[in-house]
Ligand binder design. Structure first.
Ligand code: ZN
Ligand code: ZN
Length: 587
C-alpha cells in the first residue's frame, strides 16, 4: 500500500480529534522525560497546536525517521502494549498527524539541533539549526487536505473541553511535570511541577476546593492507596471529578468509581460525585489491562480487597472530620466545572445552532476568570491533621431561635449555626430505625384494634407475593376479604403517633421495591420512615425541643447530612461575621 494512503487511513483512526493529537504529543514529551510541557492552541487546536518540551530531544536522523510509518522503536512487540511504564505505544500517530497538516518539528538532543518541515506528509526540508534541548512540534491547519474530516469535529468548545480535561488529568498524574495549557493566548492551566499534588488540585478545581480536600494514605496486603478526597460539600454533578490512577497511569473503571461514591453514601445526594484523586499501587499480576484508544480500563482480580480498603479509608476519614459547610464571603470565583459547562453548551448546540454566539461569550468569560492569578493559600498539612470522634466533631450548640419555622439558629464559641430541623430530625430517626431493624429482635406490638388496610387490586396481588418480606419486618398480617389485609401486630419500634401512616408507608415500600438486597431494602424503609416521622418545615417547635434535637444530632454517626445527602447544618464562623460587618475597622 502506498505510504501516503496508509498514513491518511491511519489518520482517520488515530487523528479522530484534535484532542488525540494533543494526547500523542504530550505523551511523547513525557516519554522523552520532559519536566516542562507547554501546550499552545489556536482555536482549540484546529488552526494550530504547538507542544514544547524540555526532554531528551532527538538527533538529526531520528528527527526525520519519526515521521515514517513503522519506524518507531517504541513498540517492539505486543508485550510492550502491556508494559505499564511505556506511554507512547501508538508510534504510528506522528506520521498520521503529519499527513493531514503542516508540521514543523524542532528538536535538539543537546548536541545537534534539527528542523524538519512536512506538508501533507511530504518532507519539504530538513536542516540543522540552533535550538534549546528538547522538542517542539508545531502542527498547523490540521485536516487541511481532508476537508470532510472537519465536519466531524465536534464544535470548538467541546474539543477544548476534551483537551482541558485530558491535560488536567495528566497534570494530576504527573505533579512533578510543569504543565502549561494555553488557548488563543489565554491560560487554561498552569502547574508548577513542584510535585505537590494538592497544588495541582488547587490549580484545576480552585483554592476553595483544595482547602477542603482530605489526604488518603493506606494499604493492605494487595493494594496501596494514596491521594485526596473532597469534603462532601464540594461534590459536583459530574462523574469526571473522580480521577483514578493505577501505578501512576490514568485509568477508568466503573466498579472503582462505584466503590468510591458508595463510600460517600448519605454524605452526598445520589446525583452528585465527590472530587477524588487517587493512585492505586498494585502488583501488575493482579490487574488485567484493556486498552482503548481514548481510555484505559482495568480489571482488578482482587476487587473485594480493594473495595474493602477504599471503603475503610474513605469512611474513616469522613467520620473523623467536622463537615459543616462554612458560609464564606468569596474573594474570587471558584473555578467553574469546565465539563459541566461544556455538557450544557453542547446540549444547547444540538438544540439551537444560533446559540453559538452566546456560548462563545460564556466561554470567553470563563477563561477570564481562570486568568486571575490565585494567591498562595496554605493548604492541607498532614502533620496538622486533627481527628475528631463522635460528639467532639460538633461542639454543643445552644438554640437562639427559629426562622421561617424551618431553621434553628444556634450558637457556641465557634460561631453561628443554622440547622434544618427536618433534615436533622431525619438523620436522628434514620440511624435509629436502621439500628432497630438490624437488631433482629422480633418483639411485636399487638394492636388493640387490628388495622384494616385496603389496597388496589394490583397492589394486593403484588403484596401477596411478597408477604414474607412484611412478616420478616415483624408484622403479623392476615388476608381479610377483597383486596384487604388485616394487620394484627407491628414491629415494637414503630412510633405510636402516626402509626397507621407509618405502616402504610412500609407496605408501600414492600410493594414498590424490586431490589430485595436486604441492606438496601432495610435502608429504604429507614429513610422512608425517617422522612415521614420527622418534624416538617413550618412546624414551630418549642425551645426545649430545639435543645433536644441539637443534642441528639450530635450523638449520631453522621450529624452533617440527612439520609438523602442534604446538609443538616451550616455555619457562619465568628471570624466570617466580623469580616462581613467590617468590625476590624473600629479596632
Ligand atoms: Zn425528608
Ligand atoms: Zn432528607
Amino acid at each position: 500500500m502506498d505510504e501516503d494512503l496508509a498514513n491518511k487511513i491511519a489518520a482517520g483512526e488515530v487523528v479522530e480529534k484534535t484532542m488525540s493529537v494533543v494526547k500523542e504529543l504530550v505523551e511523547n514529551a513525557i516519554d522523552a522525560k520532559a519536566t516542562s510541557i507547554k501546550i499552545e492552541l489556536v482555536d482549540s487546536g484546529v488552526k494550530e497546536i504547538t507542544v514544547t518540551d524540555d526532554g531528551i530531544g532527538m538527533d538529526d536522523e531520528d528527527a526525520v525517521l519519526c515521521f515514517s510509518r513503522h519506524a518507531t522503536s517504541k513498540l517492539k512487540n505486543i508485550d510492550d502494549l502491556f508494559n505499564i511504564e511505556s506511554l507512547g505505544f501508538r508510534g504510528e500517530a506522528l506520521p498520521s498527524i503529519a499527513s493531514v497538516s503542516n508540521t514543523i518539528l524542532t528538536t535538539s538532543n543537546g548536541k545537534v539541533g534539527t528542523e524538519v518541515v512536512i506538508n501533507g506528509g511530504v518532507i519539504e526540508s530538513a536542516k540543522e539549526i540552533d535550538c534549546p534541548k528538547g522538542t517542539k512540534i508545531d502542527v498547523k491547519n490540521l485536516f487541511y487536505n481532508t476537508p470532510v474530516r472537519l465536519k466531524y469535529l465536534k464544535n470548538l468548545y467541546v474539543e477544548l473541553a476534551n483537551i482541558t480535561e485530558y491535560v488536567d488529568k495528566m497534570a494530576l498524574s504527573y505533579p512533578n511535570i510543569r504543565f502549561d495549557l494555553i488557548n488563543n493566548d489565554k491560560s487554561l492551566l498552569y502547574t508548577d511541577g513542584s510535585g505537590n499534588l494538592l497544588k495541582v488540585i488547587s490549580r484545576i478545581y480552585g483554592v476553595d476546593v483544595a482547602k477542603k480536600m482530605i489526604m488518603i494514605d493506606g494499604s493492605n496486603d494487595d493494594y496501596k492507596v494514596t491521594g485526596y478526597i473532597s469534603y462532601p460539600e464540594k461534590a459536583r454533578s459530574n462523574r469526571s471529578s473522580i480521577t483514578t490512577f493505577v501505578n501512576n497511569r490514568l485509568i477508568h473503571n466503573n466498579d472503582l468509581n462505584r466503590v468510591i461514591t458508595d463510600a460517600y453514601h448519605t454524605y452526598i445526594p445520589v446525583s452528585k460525585f465527590p472530587i477524588v484523586v487517587l493512585n492505586i499501587e498494585v502488583d501488575p499480576i493482579l490487574i488485567d489491562i484493556n486498552i482503548h484508544p481514548t481510555k484505559m480500563d482495568i480489571k482488578f482480580s482482587k476487587m473485594d480487597s480493594l473495595k474493602e480498603l477504599l471503603n475503610n479509608l474513605i469512611t474513616e476519614k469522613l467520620s473523623t472530620k467536622t463537615l459543616i459547610p462554612t458560609v464564606e464571603q468569596k474573594l474570587k470565583e471558584e473555578k467553574k466545572d469546565f465539563s459541566e459547562l461544556i455538557a450544557k453548551l453542547s446540549k444547547k448546540d444540538e438544540e439551537k445552532e444560533e446559540d453559538k454566539n452566546n456560548n462563545y461569550s460564556e466561554l470567553e468569560e470563563m477563561q477570564l476568570d481562570l486568568d486571575i492569578k490565585e494567591e498562595e493559600v496554605p493548604l492541607y498539612n498532614p502533620n496538622e491533621e486533627e481527628k475528631l470522634y463522635g460528639k467532639d466533631r460538633i461542639k454543643k450548640m445552644y438554640p437562639v431561635g427559629l426562622v421561617f419555622g424551618t431553621y434553628i439558629v444556634a450558637e457556641n464559641e465557634d460561631g453561628m449555626f443554622l440547622i434544618d430541623q427536618h433534615a436533622a430530625a431525619e438523620r436522628i430517626n434514620y440511624e435509629k430505625y436502621l439500628k432497630k431493624m438490624g437488631s433482629h429482635d422480633n418483639y411485636k406490638q399487638d394492636l388493640l384494634v387490628p388495622l384494616k388496610i385496603e389496597l388496589s387490586n394490583n397492589d394486593y396481588l403484588i403484596l401477596k407475593e411478597k408477604m414474607d418480606k412484611l412478616l420478616a419486618l415483624g408484622f403479623e398480617v392476615e388476608e381479610f376479604g377483597l383486596n384487604t389485609i388485616l394487620v394484627r401486630s407491628h414491629p415494637y419500634w414503630l412510633p405510636d403517633y402516626a402509626l397507621e401512616e407509618a405502616i402504610r408507608k412500609m407496605i408501600d415500600v414492600v410493594i414498590s421495591e424490586k431490589d430485595f438486597d436486604s441492606y438496601k431494602f432495610t435502608e429504604k424503609i429507614a429513610i422512608t420512615l425517617a422522612c415521614k416521622m420527622s418534624i416538617k418545615a413550618n412546624d414551630h417547635i418549642e425551645f426545649a425541643a430545639m435543645e433536644d434535637l441539637l443534642d441528639r444530632l450530635r450523638e449520631t454517626e453522621n450529624p452533617f447530612t440527612c439520609p438523602h445527602g442534604r446538609p443538616t447544618i451550616i455555619t457562619f464562623s465568628k471570624y466570617e461575621l466580623e469580616k462581613l460587618f467590617m468590625r476590624s475597622m473600629e479596632k
